[in-house]
Design a protein around this ligand. Sequence first.
Ligand SMILES: Cc1cc2nc3c(=O)[nH]c(=O)nc-3n(C[C@H](O)[C@H](O)[C@H](O)COP(=O)(O)OP(=O)(O)OC[C@H]3O[C@@H](n4cnc5c(N)ncnc54)[C@H](O)[C@@H]3O)c2cc1C
Length: 316
Amino acid sequence: MYDLIIIGAGPIGMYASTLSLSRGIKTLVLESTQIYGGQLNLYLSKDILDIPGYVSIKCETLKENLYKALSSYNPEIIYNTEIMKVNINEDQTFLLETNNGSFVTKKILLTTGAGKYNPITLDIDGMPNKKVSYKLDNPYIYKNKDVAIFGGGDSAVDMANLLVSIAKKVTLVHRRNDFRAKSENVNTFLNNLGNIIKPYVALKLTENENKINFVLENAGTKEKINLEVDNAIVYFGSASNTNVFTNILDYDPSGFKVNSACESSVKGIFVAGNACLYLGKNKNLASGFGEASNIIYTIDCQINPNKHISNFNSKK
Ligand SMILES: Cc1cc2nc3c(=O)[nH]c(=O)nc-3n(C[C@H](O)[C@H](O)[C@H](O)COP(=O)(O)OP(=O)(O)OC[C@H]3O[C@@H](n4cnc5c(N)ncnc54)[C@H](O)[C@@H]3O)c2cc1C
């Protein structure tokens, strides 16, 4: 039996498993894809500016550092694993049935983020097209290219800011007048001579020679314009993605509801990172690392009460 099964090997799952293994908690990590890193894989070249202690850190460096720290504890990680069923046993342990076998554990920590990345697609005539991508693997393939980015959230604007110093020209196309992204990031894009077309939606895509051409329609006046570019990136976010836990836990489309200890509506199942929801939750890395740290401490107190007699009420 495991003390803890962590579901999801994104940044928060990797950090949580490092902490749990460092405390001697018998831990298994189950990941649905074939790689660790979660959403970090979507923006490897970005400089992250809001990690405590770093003025700036390259996303890929953070990802590899998190994995290096975890690797030093010889973690047990099983990739390509889908959880099919969760049984709550009478003794308050859990039986997880997966495509890679069944596992019994005392506690579960969900670090499933937004679920498997399942991009909301651009469904217009002419799609799919090889010159239109849903993620930014390597920004340098866009060197000297004319690129359109569709979307108005933080991720789309982050990608635009990353490309604006590499590509020949970057045009951000958004369907609304207001961006959901932070206004200072939109201003940075404009200050770096990025181009914005709004409020426009794409109606149609055609390809000729090496270029792709979008017909865009003004969301208000319905006026149509053409936008010719070399490539496009669409970042409308990830489609809502449910898993077996959405049936047994208190779930809202933006996450699993948790209490102040980050415990879900089922005792013994905790949630950290982008998957959890509480008043004031900020879906970023720093908040997820903090949640992971508190949860692992709580779990250690609960399964090893003798270690923590002085400062924790283990009767919870
Ligand atoms: C373009 C972009 C830029 C960003 N920039 C910043 C930034 O500058 N600063 C910042 O703090 N944050 C930033 N973020 C947000 C940050 O990446 C997320 O807050 C963080 O990745 C959340 O980590 P997580 O581990 O909770 O979830 P995720 O990173 O989503 O990882 C979840 C993991 O769980 C796995 N999984 C999902 N469902 C299951 C399942 N049922 N079974 C098994 N495994 C499962 C997934 O495959 C994935 O590996 C950015 C995000 C994007 C997209």
